[in-house]
Design a protein around this ligand. Structure first.
Ligand code: HXC
Length: 256
């Protein structure tokens, strides 16, 4: 399918969604929101896709929501249209999603990256929540996901001053899983995505769900959910296959 604001490619079991509005540093428009969400939902329902990568350009993952599109909106208008409310659908995907971030990930761009399961950053990446400089605050989860990722001190710093955090600071703070040289970002991310996609998809879904549960519940409830999911995986052929393959010193062939 042809999209206007994104490119979608698929190879083996990995799909790559590239945000593509180069003239606006990939600013997130409503049109782009629709397309990304549609693409993710399509890929998520394809059992042949084991991992999704979302990336941007070298200069910008995304420089935020499209300020020119937002500028003249009114309160009743955005309330009624539930402006940018569909991004939430991305977080309902069960397939693991990696954000590969080069350059600016600001405002909604940072928030989109944080909706993904893991962020891999080029060493040129810049993260920030500059909404306050526009007279607003984060609206796609920044105040919540950033705080959960990096804690109150850094989240307050970023949300109140609008300053940018570089890749190293983002990694030290726990926002980013890995930092790689910018020139190698896509190669390195594809290796990680390939590794994830080579696992049993059933098991990968269970792992993603278990980690995500920890953000929603108490330790006791989370541990119970994890234990039940662990037990449930013993009903899958992939558990039998994975453990047999280990004992037989061969590679597992997942039923998935
Ligand atoms: C619309 C944008 C844009 C944005 C950049 N552009 N960011 N257009 N919305 N968020 C456009 C510029 O207007 C310009 O268009 C072109 O992209 C290149 O940008 P420059 O500013 O010329 O580039 P540079 O000088 O390198 O500066 C890069 C930058 C700066 C530091 C990233 O562009 C910037 O500050 N952008 C805005 C960042 C921001 O405030 N984001 C938060 C948005 S609010 P022309 O036509 O002039 O060439 C938000 C809320 C989310 O995200 C919640 C929603 C519910």
């Amino acid at each position: 399918k042809q999209f206007e604001n994104i490119l979608v490619e698929q190879s083996d079991r990995v799909a790559v969604i590239t945000l593509h509005r180069p003239k606006a540093l990939n600013a997130l428009s409503s049109g782009m929101e629709k397309e990304v969400v549609e693409a993710v939902e399509g890929l998520d329902s394809d059992p042949g896709v084991g991992c999704i990568v979302i990336t941007g350009s070298e200069k910008a993952f995304a420089a935020g929501a499209d300020i020119k599109e937002m500028k003249d909106k009114s309160y009743p208008g955005i309330y009624l249209e539930r402006y940018f409310g569909d991004w939430k659908r991305l977080t309902a995907a069960r397939t693991p999603i990696i954000a590969a971030v080069s350059g600016f990930a600001l405002g909604g761009g940072c928030e989109l990256a944080m909706m993904c399961d893991m962020i891999i950053a080029g060493d040129n990446a810049k993260f920030g929540q500059p909404e306050i400089t526009l007279g607003v605050i984060p609206g796609m989860g920044g105040s919540q996901r950033l705080t959960r990722a990096v804690g109150k001190a850094k989240a307050m710093d970023l949300c109140l001053t609008g300053r940018q955090m570089d890749a190293d600071e983002a990694e030290c703070s726990g926002l980013v899983a890995r930092v790689v040289p910018a020139a190698d970002l896509l190669d390195e991310t594809m290796k990680v995505a390939g590794t994830i996609a080579s696992m049993s998809k059933t098991t990968a879904i269970a792992a993603k769900q278990a980690v995500n549960r920890s953000f929603e519940t108490t330790l006791e409830e989370g541990l119970l959910a994890e234990q039940n999911a662990f037990y449930a995986l013993f009903a899958t052929e992939d558990q039998t296959e994975g453990m047999s393959a280990f004992a037989e010193k061969r590679k597992p062939e997942w039923r998935r």
